[in-house]
Design a protein around this ligand. Structure first.
Ligand code: TMP
Length: 200
């Protein structure tokens, strides 16, 4: 999965690695959170007005969306042997709902029953640069999730995370250079998984 603050161009990298893996012959399921399902749609309403729910209710919406996503998309795809690539997963909940005042350890525990990613690429960038990208490219002001003060807290939580499956890549580099680093990280993990299968 791809993680990081807003405007690190995760979706572009998701698209590029999906194409690359398909060219290499892998069956790939490319997906994202929040989803377009009922909980995802409710979440999108929060981008207009975050104040309509409590912090706990906001967290529960992201968990409910993920629960449905895992049951209906991620778990069936993994069971079929597909490579699943996902734009945001539970580390985003730890970082964003953590920045919103919930305890990151508590959030992690709430996500413990979801499959852990083999690789979580955190695309890193200074929040000010992310905000500038939002303003330049979308020609609009950041929403509450994307405000610099919030993204600074989100980025700090991403920085503090320590899990064996995390790989950090600077998102300030060119799209092509970031892609090359993503390919390297993904190829390493796929080779490792193939070896594991052979040993089993
Ligand atoms: P996107 O811009 O990558 O589509 O993500 C939408 C927003 O949702 C983004 O500001 C991050 C936020 N978000 C959370 O707050 N918690 C989560 O668990 C996820 C998946 C996204």
């Amino acid at each position: 999965c791809f993680e990081g603050i807003d405007c690190t161009w995760k979706s572009t990298q998701l698209h590029l690695i999906t194409e690359k893996l398909e060219l290499l012959g892998y069956a790939v399921v490319s997906t994202r959170e929040p989803t377009g399902g009922p909980f995802g749609l409710k979440i999108r309403e929060l981008f207009v007005d975050r104040g309509v729910v409590t912090q706990e209710e906001e967290l529960e919406l992201f968990i409910a969306d993920r629960n449905q996503h895992v049951q209906e998309v991620i778990a069936p795809a993994l069971a079929k042997g597909c490579v699943v690539v996902c734009d945001r997963y539970y580390l985003s909940t730890v970082a964003y709902q953590g920045a919103n005042g919930m305890d990151p350890d508590y959030i992690m525990k709430k996500n413990k029953d979801f499959p852990a990613p083999d690789l979580a690429i955190i695309l890193e960038m200074e929040p000010a640069q992310g905000i500038q990208r939002i303003q330049n490219q979308r020609n609009e002001n950041p929403n509450t999730f994307e405000e610099e003060s919030n993204l600074t807290k989100v980025a700090a939580i991403f920085t503090s995370m320590q899990h064996p499956y995390i790989k950090r890549i600077s998102a300030s580099d060119s799209i092509e250079n970031v892609h090359l680093q993503v390919v390297k990280a993904v190829e390493e993990i796929l080779a490792h998984k193939k070896n594991q299968t052979i040993e089993d």
